[in-house]
Design a protein around this ligand. Structure first.
Ligand SMILES: [Fe+2]
Ligand SMILES: [Fe+2]
Length: 310
């Protein structure tokens, strides 16, 4: 069995006081929002407890799907790098960026360099900067890290994969599917959130992603961004592909799906495919970490799911 823990939207506190120059951008809105809202709703104390609970479950790997920072200040990227070092070694933890990590133009340069060890690609071991999509092979799992992080105008939190990355992603899914690996796509934005109501927070090329998954398949898609626990699915060639969203890891205990939490994914090879068990754990309203959900999925082998051929 291979066990992967998934957490997201860490939004580490301790935002360094920005200079006036740094605030002359979209950051001024984010800073006011953080001071008035997030700084109270999210705490590192609770995050530390959640991380201790994750480690107690002895996962083989931990995935963090973006929004480690709040307004993408240089000091926040350094804080996040220090936090990643405490979370685990670079071969035990995989990270992708979220829209908050690309809050202003140019921020991408910083996380690509500072977080590179946790975003490394097996195909480019010498690279000093992260590239997307990246591929990490772990046992029979292919972990594919996608970036939807783009700088957007004020009040927008949209994401975009882009044509080049989408084309590379399609090829990667095809190749790793041909090897019958269990393909996990890490993506910050939910792949289905592109209806009109969500215009300002959606993945703008979500339709292309869904078309790619319909054609090549994937065994599991993990996302954050919405700050709530959500289980949906995308259409794949061999049946539905589970899409699992987790709440913000640093959110305070609360009633409902927004309470701080994470998910564990237990993957086992079966005679004709894979068995996936998803266990959610998080804070109950009283602040105790409990199991909140357990769901099983049975998935066909990727190569037999495509056009009925093996
Ligand atoms: Fe977030
Ligand atoms: Fe986000």
């Amino acid at each position: 069995m291979f066990r992967i823990a998934h957490m997201s939207d860490v939004h580490l506190d301790g935002v360094p006081k920005p200079s006036l120059q740094q605030l002359l951008s979209k950051r001024v809105i984010g800073y006011i929002n953080w001071r008035g809202n997030r700084a109270q709703a999210m705490t590192t104390d609770h995050l530390d407890r959640l991380v201790a609970d994750i480690k107690a479950q002895a996962p083989d790997h931990i995935a963090v799907t973006g929004d480690l920072t709040n307004i993408a200040l240089p000091g926040e990227f350094e804080n996040a790098r220090d936090w990643l070092q405490t979370l685990g070694a670079s071969n035990q933890v995989s990270v992708i960026p979220g829209n908050h990590d690309a809050y202003v133009p140019g921020a991408g340069k910083l996380y690509r360099r500072l977080w590179a060890p946790w975003m490394s690609d097996d195909r480019r071991p010498e690279s000093e900067n992260a590239h997307f999509p990246y591929l990490r092979r772990l046992d029979r799992v292919a972990l594919i890290g996608v970036s939807t992080a783009i700088a957007t105008p004020p009040f927008m939190a949209t994401g975009r994969i882009g044509r080049k990355q989408m084309s590379d992603l399609r090829n990667l899914l095809q190749q790793t599917g041909d090897e019958n690996l269990f393909r996990i796509v890490l993506i910050h934005h939910p792949p289905k959130m592109d209806n009109y109501r969500r215009t300002f927070r959606r993945l703008t090329d979500g339709r292309r992603l869904r078309a790619a998954i319909r054609r090549t398949g994937a065994e599991l898609i993990l996302h954050g961004h919405d700050h709530i626990a959500a289980t949906t699915a995308l259409e794949g060639p061999g049946g539905p592909v589970p899409v699992i969203g987790v709440p913000a890891a640093s959110h305070l205990p609360a009633a409902g799906p927004g309470s701080g939490g994470y998910a564990l994914h237990d993957i086992e090879r079966t005679d004709d495919g894979y068995a996936l068990t998803v266990t959610r754990r998080g804070f109950d309203p009283a602040g105790t970490i409990v199991q909140t959900e357990k769901t099983g999925f049975s998935l066909p082998l990727p190569a037999t799911g495509q056009d009925g051929s093996s």
